[in-house]
Design a protein around this ligand. Sequence first.
Ligand code: ATP
Length: 365
Amino acid sequence: GAIATAEASSPAVEFRNIDIAYGKFVAVRDFSLSIRKGSFVTLLGPSGCGKTTILRSIAGLVDISAGQIMIGGRRVDDVPIYKRNIGLVFQSYALFPHKSVFDNVAFGLKYRNVAKPEISRKVGQALDMVRLPGSEKKLPSQLSGGQQQRIALARAIVFEPQVLLLDEPLSALDANMREEMRVEIKKIQKETGITAIFVTHDQEEALSMSDRIVVMNAGSAEQIGTPEEVYERPATAFVADFLGKANMLSGTVSRSDGPTAVTLASGQTVRVLSPKALAQGSAVTVVVRPQKLSVGGASANRLPGRVVSASYLGGSAIYEVDIGGAANIRANAPIDGRVLTEGETIELGFDPDDCVLLDQAGRRI
Ligand code: ATP
């Protein structure tokens, strides 16, 4: 009927202008977001920006003080935790240490009064899915950290929840395992078609896993977009800096007829592509990603400088370069022949369309 149709077409989760307060402290302010069914959405931001608080509000673990939360088109503000059909994975695996893998994974099914043969079948399927088939009888202590996190994932998806919430699930793992699990989680999410909401402060995780990223700052969404959008077209100085440590070169528009020219604080003038005409004399910030800067080469803009430090990364190197401005510039350039050394004089280059312009308030022009 009409209700079923409305539910099928409604977003998996929707926040409508929610506020969340801990006593007098407002941790989340006027937050709105619509999450499409089957998508992978990441809340990304520094510690304390309210990511976990938002995630917990979906599960009903914290109360909202204003606004509405809808799950599958239904208001859930008054639906208790145990009636929300939600899978949870935390940073600490939170497995029951004295229960077997089978009992850990079966927990949500038993709780929902699923018949025994069905439980065995579903637990088996979930363990296949996380690539730990046949591990039913093991205890968590007999598994590695990565394997325990896979069990936690199996436990969260086994009852086919409407939404899967992942709160920094990879941060307790070592670097190699983290990368492997990124791919794994993403694959399982695609295969099951489950809607996933992921919390992290790691920009690489966010960029590599998400359909959409919500960049959070001090309790509000600063920008919402695809990984490419938030990385290539940061809406604010905060987003530009948080995602990839962009270079922020302050300057003044020195020519506005024809190609826009900006004279930087360091004295050099660069040509930039501006989406609109800017008045001569207006203060702007030219944002250039370290990866967009070339060393030598034939770019339209060239900034001579001196290498202050060089870090070899394998295929590329990160250089800190003093161009005479207030702050050094970071360039991440492929290694052409040899790694440059401290004290060398070089020329950094970028093209007019390799940068983003911010106005005085730090908003993208
Ligand atoms: P982290 O990555 O460090 O977990 P986060 O972005 O997930 O950070 P939250 O845990 O959501 O941030 O916390 C948001 C703000 O609310 C922080 O300033 C935090 O100190 C505060 N806060 C969180 N939980 C409580 C609580 N139970 N009581 C009081 N204040 C809290």
